[in-house]
Ligand binder design. Sequence first.
Ligand code: HEC
Ligand code: HEC
Length: 327
Amino acid sequence: MKKPLLLLASMCFFGMSATAAPEIPEGMGVLPTEVPVPANNPMSDAKVELGKKLYFEPAVSKSGEFSCNSCHNLGTWGVDNQKFSIGHMWQRGGRNAPTVLNSGFWSKQFWDGRAPLLEDQAKAPPLNPVEMASDSADAVMTRLKNAGYEPEFKAVFGPNALSFDNMAKAIAAFERTLTTPNAPFDKFVTGKGTISKAAQRGMKKVAEVGCTSCHSGPLFTSNAFVPFMHGTDTGLKSVTGKDEDDHVFRVQSWRNVAMTAPYFHDGSAATLAEAVKIMGKVQLDTDLSKNDIADIVAFLETLTGESPVVTFPLLPRPMDKALDWKE
Ligand code: HEC
Ligand code: HEC
């Protein structure tokens, strides 16, 4: 008597979700198309174009060699594939460079979330001594002025607009365009394509073992900050000094994760298989079998979307003379 009722109940449940095919675990879905935009920085084509120039602009760095694209290379999925990036004077920072792709979807920026918005984040690297190492915001703006950016800022932000804040706004607007739709998984969800049997097993496995309690929803991250007791970096505690924030990091998205090795905030996992194994052990106290790991990796590989095609912009430069890189 009970069995048919249960069957009926589950059929009703699946019947209710409009887009997801029955075999997709709850919560998983297509990458959203709308990136949240803060009210004080509306998008425009001109702003995005300026932001793109600034993203590729080495004049923002003291040496005149480093742009955002040096470490977040848009030809290689927004990362540099280094354990720790190389910055000013060959220095290496203490954290792995996460991708800028889809970064407009994250709740807060940086592994420890210390920058609330992309606008806040973009002001950090130009002045970070191990990254672009400029002496001050003024020094950056003098460079941009000498390069010929004044009319470009004016056209987007109005008169007297050449400012560090507006630079960050334009870069953030550009970054919000860097989404990666149409991954094989997205096509599978919408019935426009399929994924391998191994990937389908992996998809079920991540739900079954509980990965998706953190890597949840269509972004495959809850965007929450949780402890990850691995390595010596104390994460959010290094910002707040609070014990409760010890080893707290943002749950990383699985979108395009197959293309962004090495893994973790410290780049300590060289392969995706290793990262999956460690996650199982550290976050879920589970020893995943070799087969399960292979299936999960096969599933994660289906989350690689279409990378935005970005044409290298022509940057403003003075005629007949070089910029002064010494300052
Ligand atoms: C020298 C290498 C380097 C340069 C240059 C650099 N970054 Fe980064 N970026 C990093 C590293 C390393 C992190 C992670 C730091 C952390 O979390 O503490 C990071 C983090 C970020 C994040 C946060 C992503 C996330 O998932 O939380 C964004 C967005 C970003 N950078 C954008 C930029 C922009 C825009 C520029 C240019 C203004 C830039 N970066 C220049 C290395 C670099
Ligand atoms: C309790 C929450 C939680 C659970 C459960 C969890 N993760 Fe994570 N995951 C995180 C956090 C936090 C990070 C960021 C770790 C860091 O700071 O290096 C992460 C990072 C990752 C990364 C590396 C991403 C990158 O870009 O470096 C992969 C891959 C991953 N998780 C896969 C999994 C898999 C597979 C499972 C299930 C076996 C799982 N996770 C379970 C919280 C979780």
